[in-house]
Design a protein around this ligand. Structure first.
Ligand code: FAD
Ligand code: NAP
Length: 339
């Protein structure tokens, strides 16, 4: 083996909840060849394999009896440039935010609203990451993945990925494809998305009336730093629940009892509710049981104050799900991947 495989490794530094479970085996892949070598080795040993990136969308509830393969491949490049539209490609292990900043430094717009999302490029297609009115599907052109069933490389187009709200083909088939690199079509012209939450207001407070993509990125970073706990200081995996999309009649029923309901009509006639608003209304904001809690500023974020286990956090999430179902008739779906 040219790649080092370690045994009995703490995963605490490798998940942003900071949960201290152990991996039976752990290795980092820097190249496609490393990936193939590690998968072949694990198969020979009859070890299952769990692929991770930055560990920012994981809830680890037990020791992982598998080879944890962390994607650490780096590299970004421009594949084509017609003066307006530029295709860029990044390796799976590239840190997402650093990649976004690199695109902005090249004068390319498209990813600015997705600034400061933790994790890696390779995991971004998993749940079609989104923020401030933009999802990666809006600028995605393709990706290269290894089919773990056949060992063959496969190219995926936008249509192949079946992206939806925090969802994709990859999320629905966990473990089937290992994403190696991802391509995006970015623009030298600015088509900025400012009409979401406080983005435009933050820019105008700063006296910026004609923003650049970099200005938008900076504004979003400052908003996010104010609202969201930094995993380096307080363990969390971002939003713990997806925003539920419910029939309009149910949203109307809730609105009659709670006129301030935060709700966004969808193209298909259904209504997206803000899960954080429901959880806050139910009184969970700032709740703490031992080291597992609900963030005091953002009720959608569960936090680990230090020694919480994944099981404790999972139990807290389940209590919230039951409460929200009983109070509002709304089912909340967990967003992080549970292992
Ligand atoms: P991991 O947590 O390591 O893995 C997530 C899943 O992807 C796992 O199932 C893993 O097996 C799989 N996976 C990882 N890499 C690969 C690969 N190369 N090939 C195949 N499968 C792979 N998400 C949003 O959508 N929008 C946000 O605004 C947002 N904000 C966040 C803010 C904070 C503070 C935090 C902590 C999280 C936030 N997230 C957000 C969630 C998370 O950052 C993203 O989902 C991110 O894309 C996860 O990347 P990762 O590398 O950490 O993935
Ligand atoms: P926010 O701005 O307080 O908004 C609350 C909710 O209302 C959001 O979840 C958002 O849904 C929805 N919303 C707000 N304005 C909207 C609009 N104009 N049209 C449609 N829906 C709208 O949310 P926040 O918690 O501070 O987060 C800001 C953005 O970052 C959101 O897009 C959020 O999804 C994203 N974020 C995601 C994570 C994660 O882990 N997934 C963590 C932190 C932040 P959407 O979520 O559908 O956008």
């Amino acid at each position: 083996m040219s790649v080092q495989v370690r045994s009995d490794v703490s995963l605490k530094p490798y998940n942003t909840f900071g949960i201290d479970v152990r991996a039976a085996h752990f290795a980092e892949a820097h190249t496609d060849a490393d990936v193939r070598e590690l998968l072949a080795y694990a198969a020979a040993q009859q070890w299952p394999v769990l692929v991770i990136g930055g560990g920012s969308n994981l809830l680890l509830t037990a020791n992982v009896e598998a080879l944890v393969l962390r994607m650490a491949s780096t590299g970004v490049r421009m594949l084509s440039d017609d003066g307006q539209r530029v295709i860029v490609e990044a390796e799976a292990g590239e840190p997402w935010h650093a990649f976004v900043q690199w695109t902005l430094a090249q004068g390319l717009a498209g990813l600015e609203n997705l600034s400061l999302i933790p994790g890696t490029v390779g995991a971004a297609p998993m749940q079609n990451i989104g923020a401030y009115g933009v999802e990666i599907k809006d600028v995605f052109v393709g990706l290269t993945a290894l089919d773990r069933q056949t060992g063959e490389l496969r190219e995926f187009t936008l249509e192949d990925c079946a992206f939806a709200y925090r969802d994709s083909l990859f999320k629905r088939n966990p473990g089937r494809w290992l994403i190696l690199r991802v391509r995006f079509a970015l623009s030298r012209a600015m088509h900025l998305h400012l009409d979401y939450g406080p983005v435009r207001q933050r820019l105008s407070e700063q006296g910026i009336e004609q923003p650049t993509a970099q200005n938008v990125s900076d504004a979003i970073c400052s908003i996010r730093r104010e609202k969201l706990p930094d995993p380096a200081e307080l363990g969390n995996a971002g939003s713990f629940f997806k925003n539920p999309v419910v029939p309009a009649a149910l949203a109307e029923h809730i609105r009659q009892a709670h006129p301030g309901l935060v709700a966004y009509p969808q193209a298909d006639g259904q209504v997206k509710l803000a899960a954080g608003w429901l959880i806050e209304l139910a009184g969970w904001k700032g709740y703490r049981d031992g080291d597992a809690g609900v963030h005091r500023l953002q009720a959608l974020v569960l936090v680990n104050y230090g020694q919480a286990s994944g099981m404790q956090l999972h139990r807290l999430a389940q209590k919230i799900q039951v409460d929200i179902l009983e109070r509002f008739g709304v089912e909340l779906e967990m967003e992080p991947n549970l292992y």
